[in-house]
Each structure stands twice: as structure tokens, then as C-alpha cells.
Write a protein that binds this ligand. Sequence first.
Ligand code: P6P
Length: 283
Amino acid sequence: MKTLAPIFEAIERSAHRIREAITNEDLCYGESCNATGDMQLKLDIQSDLIIAEEFSKITAIKAIASEEKKEAETLHPEGRYMIAYDPLDGSSLIDVDLSVGTIYGIYDGEFQAKNMLAAVYVVHGPRLEMVTAYKGGVRHYIFRHGRFQEQETLHLKEKGKLNGPGGTQQYWPPHHKKLIDGLFAEGYRLRYSGGMVPDLHQILIKGGGLFSYPGTADKPEGKLRKLFEVFPFAFVYETAGGEAIDDKGRRLLDLGCDDPHETTPCFLGSKYEIAKVKEAYGV
Ligand code: P6P
């Protein structure tokens, strides 16, 4: 962790500054749209500026790619690390006071899944929490009494109990609906807020289950972005002993990425549930 220590420290500083903004700033929409056309909440833009400012101080960071910006941005040409991040994922949930989060993928030299060194996410909920996946371990921190206190290492069981089915159900392919209904028929509990960070955090903390965002009639390539949403969580889930695949049964971390905003259908979860996905999709 020594070499990435300055990056983790910058992530912690950003987490506090973003939480302050969430608590005290207004929620009105900004005047501009982000690369995927979503109206940008002022908080999205502010969070992006906070993170970019903190990372700009670290000469080891060569470039950053943000969900809020169309292209990647070079910070220090002599640097080594490339960081892709979603500064405030699920920000539209703030105005109903639900949890949101920030997601980081830390890449070595280029923005490709095979180059991922570490993944970090921060959860802004009733508590401020952070999870890091690095060098074979998934570490969980809760901010208490002025510092991030490390908890038990996180692991996914072979089989869980929670089901987080994303996407617009009327546009699900029939075999996907059969998969999801089958899990509910086995007694799985519905756990889906529409915020990727708290939804995947819940399944991880509770030991297992399935999070899915399939290809649908309205979004054939899914909705979630590879570089700063899907690859980081795939890295966390695999490090925790789970699996993360696309709708063709391929490991998400084996996929290429040609554009920072490229999306993919994604299934992340415990081994039993991923086997169910492969069976339903015939892959
Ligand atoms: P849907 C939030 O907008 C987000 O990008 C992710 O955080 C979340 O998993 C997904 O979209 C929810 O999408 O279509 O299920 O509402």
C-alpha cells in the first residue's frame, strides 16, 4: 500500500470534502450535461472538481478520467497511475436522502481492466464508509471518532440471499426475467435502491447474492460504465471471492475498453448466483 498511500490519502480528503458539500450545498441542477447526457447536479460537478484538485497534487498520477468529463485529462506526464472515477454515483438519490457513493479504479499505465491495481469506493450514507481492494484483500473502514477505523476483511460466501436487479423491467429479455424471478422463487430478498455503490456494498457486507444490470431493449449494452463503475466493482467482488461477468459469460476484467464512457451488461455476485446467470444466458 506504500506506493499508493498518497492516492488513498487523497481519496480520504476528497471523501470528507464531498460529504461536507452533500450536507451543506444546495441540490439544484447545474446548467450543463455530462458525457452521457445526464443533467449534472451541482454536487456532481463540485465533487468532480474536489477530486481532480486533490489528485492534481500527486505527481505519481499520470491521468484521470471522470464520469463527469467526456475525455481523460493528463495531470503529470511522467506519472505512472491512471485513475478513473465516478465522483458522485447515484447523485439523484440525494434529494430523497438515500445513500450515494464515489467509485475509483486505479490503473497502472493505461485505462484497461488488465492494468487495474486497486479499486476503492466510498459510501455516503448514515455513516461515512470506505472499501479498498488491493493486493488480494478487501478492507472495510468506518469513519468514527475522527478517523477511518478498519473493520473485518470482507468476503463473499459461495451463496447469498440478496438480489439487486437493475434496469427497466419492461425491457428485460425474457431469459433475464426468468433468472430474476427464479431467484425470488428461491427466497432471495429484493435489495435495490438505484444507487450502484450502496446496492453492491449491501450485498458485499451481507455476504453475498447477485447484482445485475443486463442488456435491455432500451440499453442493449447496459447502462453502467466499464472504466469507473463496472471494472472497479468487478475487482472488489473477485478479490472478495465472488465472480463478475458480462451477458456472454466473459469475466468483466477480461474485457477491453476503447472509450471512458463505454458500458457493458454486468453481473456481480457469489459463485452460486453467477452460475445461475450462466445457466439462464446459456453461456
Ligand atoms: P436504473 C445511478 O444513476 C446509476 O448510474 C447507478 O448508480 C445505478 O446502479 C443505476 O444507475 C440505476 O439504474 O436504470 O436501475 O435506475
